[in-house]
Design a protein around this ligand. Structure first.
Ligand code: GLU
Length: 315
């Protein structure tokens, strides 16, 4: 049976944007008979609060989204990630680097950037040749590590976006796989998990489309059994064109729930954003029955003041 995962990061509260991605992922799974695992991506250090993990689960339950296995928490066992790091280090495919963001910025001032948040790492600490490092040589938890990214373009076919061509070395360079804080990075953890949990259907926001070739490179270097199909879906943005966030007002599901908005109303708005309009209250089950990927607009959706009003109006 194909397998997919719902993988909330409890770093920020679940808002209308990521709720839409989860709802679509879940609807595809229910339509096509995929097994769903709930995986909490709670590795992101001190910003992650246990309360936020529970809240993410509760809110998805509130929408009436369900899953077949889990929740599993990434922080519950770091050993698989550590093993992966050692495997790369032993082959010279990873190297220690403690450069700060400021140092990277200074070293790459004129270089092109992958996007507004990401800098290309200029290779400051990269050994000239792959240099194997044994587990006993360094205190793993006390330094950051980067992956030695090969040159050249990676290509893959996205089921929603079509053919993608991305040069990881040119855009982000040797990216981080382990942090100074002693934790695996998102890229390493997600590929280790997707492989060991046998994920073959990955549905997520298109902000992660540039992460896919990084994960594919890591999987190849780790010789993992990893060949999922990918769907990178459009995001929800504010009226200023920026990705939905606090600056656009309170779009957290928990806020609407506290205000007495019915879950069916939230699903109704998300459904309209998925091309199932005009908006009306709808259960998640109805959504799953009527959702069609070919009706999903290809462009990012804009969340407007009147959408917020519509949610709050019916109370
Ligand atoms: N945890 C990520 C998020 O909440 C999703 C990661 C993934 O699907 O690979 O955006």
């Amino acid at each position: 049976m194909p397998r997919t995962r719902l993988a909330p990061s409890p770093t920020g509260a679940l808002h209308l944007g990521n709720a839409r991605t989860f709802l679509v992922n879940w609807a595809l799974a229910r339509q096509q008979g995929w097994q769903v695992l709930m995986r909490i991506e709670d590795l992101d250090g001190p910003r992650v609060k246990q309360q936020a993990s529970l809240e993410a689960i509760e809110l998805l339950e509130w929408l009436d989204v369900d899953w077949d296995a889990g929740p599993v928490y990434q922080t519950s066992d770091l050993e698989p990630y550590r093993q992966a790091l050692w495997q790369l280090a032993a082959r010279g495919l990873a190297y220690p680097c403690n450069c700060t963001r400021r140092e990277i910025e200074a070293a790459s001032r004129s270089a092109p950037h992958a996007d507004e948040h990401e800098l290309r790492y200029p290779g400051t600490c990269r050994p000239a040749e792959p240099t194997p490092v044994a587990a006993s040589d360094v205190e793993l938890d006390e330094c950051g590590w980067r992956f030695r990214v090969p040159v050249g373009e990676q290509s893959f076919v996205d089921e929603f976006l079509g053919q993608q061509q991305i040069d990881v070395q040119q855009t982000v360079g040797d990216f981080q796989i382990w942090t100074k804080g002693g934790l695996p990075s998102y890229q390493l953890a997600v590929v280790v998990d997707d492989a060991r949990q046998a994920m073959d259907r990955i549905v997520r926001g298109n902000d992660l489309v540039t992460s896919t070739p990084r994960q594919q490179l890591l999987a190849a270097a780790l010789e993992l059994d990893y060949a999922p199909r990918f769907w990178h879906l459009p995001l929800v943005r504010g009226e200023d064109g920026r990705r939905l966030a606090k600056r656009h007002g309170d779009t957290r599901l928990v806020h609407y729930r506290e205000q007495g908005v019915a879950a069916e109303r939230v699903v109704g708005l998300l459904a309209e954003w998925c091309g199932l309009g005009p908006r009306r209250e709808m259960t998640a089950e109805e959504f799953a029955k009527s959702f069609r990927l070919d009706a999903l607009p290809g462009d990012d959706v804009v969340f407007a003041e009147q959408d917020d009003q519509w949610l709050l109006d019916a109370r």
